[in-house]
Design a protein. Structure first.
Length: 412
């Protein structure tokens, strides 16, 4: 990613390729060395200078991408590039003025912008002075190289500013995530304190009372112990409800996470509009079961499918016993499961979650014959009055092949 050091060999090769592709602009100097009538020492000097220039430029830019160089190293390398640009241009002619463009890019990339914005005009002025000293560069070549040296240099200053802004945004995003996690921990601690503070205080008080009453009034002490048991049971119920509320996922939250996961994996997400809004009549525990199904299905798509496209559909289904159910379908165009492969731990646990919500899970090949389809169903409430004879169904092969879901409340 832009502004980040390569983390493996593949990323390093990609970044090196982006640097190396611009070296095609050195075709003019290379052609001069290969075809121009030069003496042996001059030709050898030209090749040696070109190799030294390219090596210095390449190492300077690539090392800067990985780790910031110390000022002495940066200024020494830039000095070498500037001296080679002047010397080779004066000795070998106008085509070598293109070296100033690479030197300008290097200044913009490795120097702070306060210094690079002054160094680039100075370098352009040096290019103009060198060009005036070369007879064939006084008309066309002079402007053909001065404008790119100035323009490309300032353009790279803008690119560096964009990279710094991107890095600051990433750092700010991490800080926001850290603050959000801290805020959630504080909220959890506050809620648990509110839930248990009164109950534990009451248990402590009644325990002390029971201890004082026990020798002389065993009946009153027994009453206090019974109250302690009642308060402790209620506190346990409150804690369980609180923890269940924290752990129960929501469809809207899981949909946002699914979009981000699919986007990061390079998978196109096609989302049914019915998933974008809360579904009326869906109980919290049933929504939680569908949210778990969405999370597990998208995780499998990202990790195992190798898919390019994933459809997320939410539709109604009418069972044979006239029960109205809600069906979440996750369909990808990946390689699908291996023949004879059984469900893993994730799908097995998902079947258990759906069973607790009186739902069920169906898995199998995608309708188009390529990919995998997961369908999670949970029951809805009673049938509305306006729906007496209509019958929706979970996306079948025909509807899924078109990539469109049936919105809740519409006929299939």
């Amino acid at each position: 990613m832009m502004g980040q050091a390569p983390r493996n060999r593949r990323q390093a090769l990609v970044k090196m390729s982006w640097i190396a592709i611009w070296l095609l602009y050195l075709a003019g100097p290379v052609a001069e060395l290969l075809g121009a009538p030069l003496s042996g020492p001059v030709r050898a000097f030209g090749w040696a200078g070109l190799v030294l220039f390219v090596g210095t430029y390449f190492l300077l830019i690539f090392r800067h991408m990985i780790r910031l160089l110390t000022p002495p190293v940066r200024y020494t390398a830039l000095g070498v590039l500037a001296v080679l640009s002047v010397t080779l241009s004066l000795v070998l002619g106008a085509p070598w003025l293109t070296l100033f463009i690479f030197t300008s890019v290097a200044c913009a990339m490795v120097l702070p912008w306060q210094r690079s914005r002054m160094a680039i005009p100075v370098l352009t002025a040096v290019l103009g002075a060198v060009g005036l000293a070369i007879p064939e560069a006084r008309d066309y070549y002079l402007f053909a190289y001065m404008l790119p040296t100035l323009g490309v240099g300032y353009m790279m200053i803008g690119v560096q500013y964009l990279i710094r802004t991107t890095q600051e945004l990433r750092a700010a995003r991490q800080e926001v995530a850290r603050l959000a996690a801290n805020e959630e921990r504080l909220r959890l601690a506050r809620d648990l304190h509110d839930l248990l503070g009164h109950s534990l205080s009451l248990i402590t008080l009644k325990s002390e009372l029971a201890g004082r009453m026990l020798p002389g009034s065993p009946e009153a002490a027994a009453q206090q112990v019974a109250d302690i048991e009642r308060v402790s049971r209620q506190a346990l119920v409150d804690v369980r409800e609180a923890v269940t509320g924290y752990r129960r996922p929501r469809l809207a939250v899981e949909l946002a996470g699914a979009r981000a996961a699919l986007r990061s994996a390079g998978v196109e997400a096609v989302v049914d509009p019915a998933l974008e809004h809360p579904y009326e009549g869906l109980a919290a525990e049933k929504e939680g079961a569908l949210a778990w199904a969405l999370r597990e299905a998208v995780t499998n798509v990202v990790r195992h499918s190798g898919a390019d496209r994933c459809e997320l559909l939410l539709t109604e289904e009418w069972e044979a016993d006239e029960r109205r159910t809600l069906c979440l379908s996750v369909i990808d165009d990946g390689k699908g499961p291996a023949r004879g492969q059984h469900d893993g731990n994730g799908l097995a646990g998902l079947r258990e979650r759906l069973a607790l919500a009186d739902g069920r899970l169906d898995t199998g090949p995608a309708p188009r014959g390529r990919g995998f389809a997961l369908r999670a169903r949970v029951p809805l409430g009673t049938v509305p009055a306006v729906r007496e004879t209509e019958a929706d169904s979970c996306p079948d092969d025909a509807s899924l092949s078109g990539g469109k879901g049936v919105a809740p409340g519409q006929t299939g």
